[in-house]
Design a binder for this molecule. Structure first.
Ligand code: COA
Length: 259
């Protein structure tokens, strides 16, 4: 697939999306948002892809935010549409039934942090800096930051970072549980690939059920979430991979999953 602002490749069932505007620290302009929407529409249907990695081009930034030169022109009406469009795309990422791993290789500010919060798993380099600095521009986060960050943290930290605009360095992000691992810039991609490869080796239909079940934990109350989990568990029990996985255990052999 060919795009103007993103690079896309897929090897061994692992898709890699690179936001490719390094001269602007991969800031999210309207074209990036449109192309992300298109690539995630494609990925939602593509049976070959099992895991998605998203990162930024160059050594300095994952994404340094929404493009401020575009934000600067917004008014009350267009500002609302701008936020809704970005939210729609990030919702597509969050609701994908394939895991999306954010590989955060530097600045992830504003919309860059919001993009990472919409992913399912986050790994970063030691020089990564997260944060919601929008308050310093006279706006608030508009691509989901006010909703997802407080859900990932406790609410006090959510208020704190959104109101101060303070950066969150990689060590703090790890301490707060915002990232699942921190690596040197050289070690980041191999570490992410190792996790992606491990997940891609699992039975794809069961990964998809697991993803849908965990998605529900963000959308439903406990009672509805448990009911949904039970239904998905039932669906797992109707699959060939369930028969193979449980039989292989009982027969003391390695499972041969039908991927
Ligand atoms: N929107 C548009 N352009 C951006 C951008 C953004 N969010 N972030 C960086 N850029 C551009 C800069 O304008 C600069 O472009 P230029 O070379 O044409 O002048 C280029 O990317 C490099 O950025 P620069 O600021 O020179 O790099 P730096 O190393 O001095 O600082 C940051 C890096 C990330 C601290 C700084 O770029 C920054 O604060 N960016 C904005 C972060 C932000 O507020 N994001 C939230 C937006 S809602």
């Amino acid at each position: 697939m060919k795009f103007e602002t993103i690079l896309f490749s897929c090897e061994n069932h692992i898709a890699k999306i690179t936001i490719n505007r390094p001269d602007k620290l991969n800031a999210l302009n309207a074209t990036v948002i449109k192309e992300l929407s298109e690539v995630f529409d494609f990925l939602s249907k593509d049976e070959n892809t099992r895991v998605v990695i998203i990162t930024g081009a160059g050594p300095k930034a994952f994404v340094a935010g929404a493009d401020i030169s575009e934000i600067n022109r917004l008014d009350t009406i267009s500002g609302k549409s701008f936020a809704e469009l970005g939210q729609e795309v990030f919702n597509k990422i969050e609701k994908l039934s394939k895991p999306v791993i954010a590989m955060v290789n530097g600045f992830a500010l504003g919309g860059g942090s919001e993009l990472a919060w919409a992913c399912h798993i986050r790994f970063s380099s030691g020089n990564a800096k997260f944060g919601q600095p929008e308050i310093n521009l006279g706006i608030i986060p508009g691509y989901g930051g006010t909703q997802r960050l407080p859900r990932l943290l406790n609410q006090g930290y959510g208020y704190y970072y959104i109101l101060t605009g303070e950066n969150i360095d990689a060590d703090m992000a790890l301490k707060l549980g915002l990232v699942q691992g921190v690596f040197s810039p050289e070690e980041l991609e191999p570490a992410v690939m190792k996790v992606a490869t491990a997940i891609a080796s699992k039975p794809a239909d069961i990964v998809s059920f697991a993803m849908k079940a965990v998605h529900a934990s963000g959308d439903f109350g406990l009672k509805e979430g448990l009911a949904y989990e039970a239904s998905l568990f039932g669906l797992c029990c109707g699959t060939d991979n369930f028969k193979e996985g449980t039989s292989a255990f009982l027969e003391k052999r390695k499972p041969e999953f039908n991927k």
